[in-house]
Structures are given as C-alpha cells and as structure tokens.
Ligand binder design. Sequence first.
Ligand code: SDX
Length: 389
Amino acid sequence: QEGVFTYDPGFVSTAACESAITYIDGNQGVLLHRGYPINQLAENSDFLEVCYLLLNGELPTDAQLEEYKATIKNHSMLHDQMRNFFNGFRRDAHPMAIMCGVVGALSAFYHDQMDITNPKQREITGHRLIAKMPTIAAWCYKYSVGQPFMYPRNDLSYAENFLYMMFGTPCEEYKPNPILAKAMDKIFILHADHEQNASTSTVRLAGSTGANPYACIASGIAALWGPAHGGANEAVLDMLAEIGDESEIERFIEKAKDKNDPFRLMGFGHRVYKNFDPRAKVMRETAHEVLKELGMEDDPQLKIAQRLEQIALEDDYFVERKLYPNVDFYSGIILKAIGIPTSMFTVIFALSRTIGWFSHWNEMNSGANRIGRPRQLYTGHTERDYPKK
Ligand code: SDX
C-alpha cells in the first residue's frame, strides 16, 4: 500500500513497540522524522520547528510556529526555589548528575497539578520540558564554574539563548555569534530523536508504568549518560586527546581491533546503522563550517579525526563489521570549537533528545498504555529442594 511500511512477520514478533515518530533504515543509512529526511530538516528547518513536527506529526504553519516559539519562551524560566537543588551538589559534580537530579525534581514542582490522561495537560508539560532544558543545562555549567546563573532572554532564539545563558555574565553584553548559534541549533536537530535507542526505550518503559513525565525524562538522562550511548561524544574527544598525534593513529586502530584490549574507536559503530549514520555526514560538514568560521581549519584534533575516519573506512576489520562514524564522531569537535567543555557534551545531547523522549512518552500515553514487561531467556538452575539441615 502506497506510503505504508510493511514488515516480514519475523521482524514484527521482535519489535518492542509501534511508533509513528521516527523511521531508521540502518542498512541504507536512512533517518526520517515523521517522514522527513534528517539532512533536509538539518538544512532547512530549525530545532523548535522540528520539536513541533516530532510532537504533532506535521510541520507547523508560520502562524503555528510563531505561537509555539512564543509559548516556549514563556516557559523558559525555572521556579526560583529550583536553585536550591543546584546548591546541594558539590561544585565538581558531573553536570549530568546535576541535570538528572534537577529534572527529576521538576516532578515536585509541576507534577501534582497534572493529569497525564488529559492531552492539553500533556502538551503543557512538553512545553515546560522543552523550554526549561536549556536553562537547566546552562545552569549546570554555571554552577560548575562558580559563575552566577543567567536568566533566559525573550529577544533571543532558542540556540542563541542557550549560548547566552552558558557564556554570558552580568558584567558585560554577550551577543551570540550567529554562525555558532546556527551550528548549535543544527546539533540540537541532529540529536532530537532516534527511534527506540537505549534512553528512549528507558523513557518508554518508565512511562508504561504511569510514572510522571519528569521522572521518565530523568530516567532517560540517566541511561543516556553511558559512554556506549550519549556519553560517546565526550569519549571521542578523550580518545582524540589520547591519540595525540596523527602518527599514533595506526597504533590505536590496532588497539581497537584487539579483543583483549578494552579500547574501542569511540564515535564508530552503531546498533542499527550498518552504513553511514546520516547525521554524521551533516555533522562533519557543520564541523568544517564552524572551524572555518573560527579560523581553526588546522585544528589538530579535527586533523586526527579526519585521518582516523579515512584509515578506519579502508581497514578490513571495520569494513567487514560495517563500522562507520556515528552522530558522536564529529559533534564533540564542534562543541569544543564553540567553547563548550567536554563534561557538558552529553548534557547537550540530553537537552536535544528531550523532545524525542517526550514525544515517545506522549505517543504512548495518547493510546492504550500497557505496562512494559521485557521477557528473558532463563539460564539458571532448574527447580531444586532446599537441603535438609
Ligand atoms: C549513540 O541506538 C541509538 O540510536 C543510539 C544513538 C542515538 O541517537 O540515540 O545513535 C546514539 O549511542 C551512538 C553510538 C555511540 N557510541 C559509540 O560511539 C561508542 C563506540 N561504539 C561501540 O561501543 C559500539 O559500536 C556500539 C555500542 C555503538 C554498538 O555496539 P554493538 O551493537 O555491540 O556493536 P556490534 O555488535 O555491531 O559490533 C560488531 C563487531 C564486534 O566485533 P566482533 O565480536 O564481531 O569481532 O564490531 C566490533 C564489536 O566488538 N565493534 C567495534 C566498535 N563497535 C563495534 N570495534 C572497535 N571499535 C568500535 N567502536
């Protein structure tokens, strides 16, 4: 039937759930959000328009987008008492630990007034989360560097506001560089949703119990933190620093192939993509644009990354296993060029992915929401009696 995907029965039995939000074809390297290819959205849209699309299923009219952006601005401040949660952390706490705690704490501020079976109340919750995540993320950073929290400004775009709250101070005017703001917005788009990845599956499983949306999003943040998942962008920069010089690349490629060596090529490989991650291609172009804009084309880590990609893509070990660069391989290089510390990379991934997590949570709560219950293959003892004393 035209425009409808069909699956073989074998695949249907393994599927964890049904969803109309995102489609991935890992062999072809295809990623569609409500039918629109990710590269077209990255080139032509902006993050809040993609948020509207993921949540509502259709692109907004100009008037709908304008209204949506105004609504998000109106929810971007945090309840002032939320500052106390930040102060409870040590200054050197990982920003992901702070974000996880603060987002979970939103339940205590907003959830009791909410009926998750009411579509309007779910919609307002989505607005609150999308609007507050940049403020929470930026405040995680400000807290870690001992600078005063900056409040969102309604005259800035979503990405400009995030950069303003990250790098602005009360002491002087801070005007976000439009090229960097556009790159930031593109990074938000490229991380917005990705079907049933580990953190989204975590949010869906938590949501299937009827848990409140803030607690579900906090569970997604916790799952994303792992270096095999969202923590990979931070791990890529650590890896490039460890390699240190192009002359060392071959040695590290051999380490990545050695089963007795825990070293893995971070930013390479994927559970689903056995072809190029379409997001990685856009990310690589954006990295070049940003570094050129900043006069950093000769950035040594970019050079190492480019050479590493080139060698790995020709190496039989990676070719045979269909290991290609994924979304995380270049994103860290862009974030570092913008001036964002590596400890904040996964926080930014979580900020972006909140719309994906919430859209899946909302989709699940719009229908018959049955509790999830993954089955297992039991490999333990058969029944046996307790030994008589
Ligand atoms: C994200 O699911 C999503 O959609 C996630 C994500 C999203 O948007 O939500 O796309 C975001 O998490 C991207 C992935 C970021 N993680 C990394 O870059 C970490 C490095 N990558 C690897 O840890 C690994 O590739 C995974 C975790 C991503 C995938 O692991 P799998 O599915 O276990 O890998 P595989 O089974 O396909 O591996 C096949 C072979 C194995 O070797 P053999 O046993 O066949 O000899 O390839 C090897 C693996 O050991 N391998 C690697 C490798 N990744 C897989 N060898 C060296 N370096 C690597 N990076």
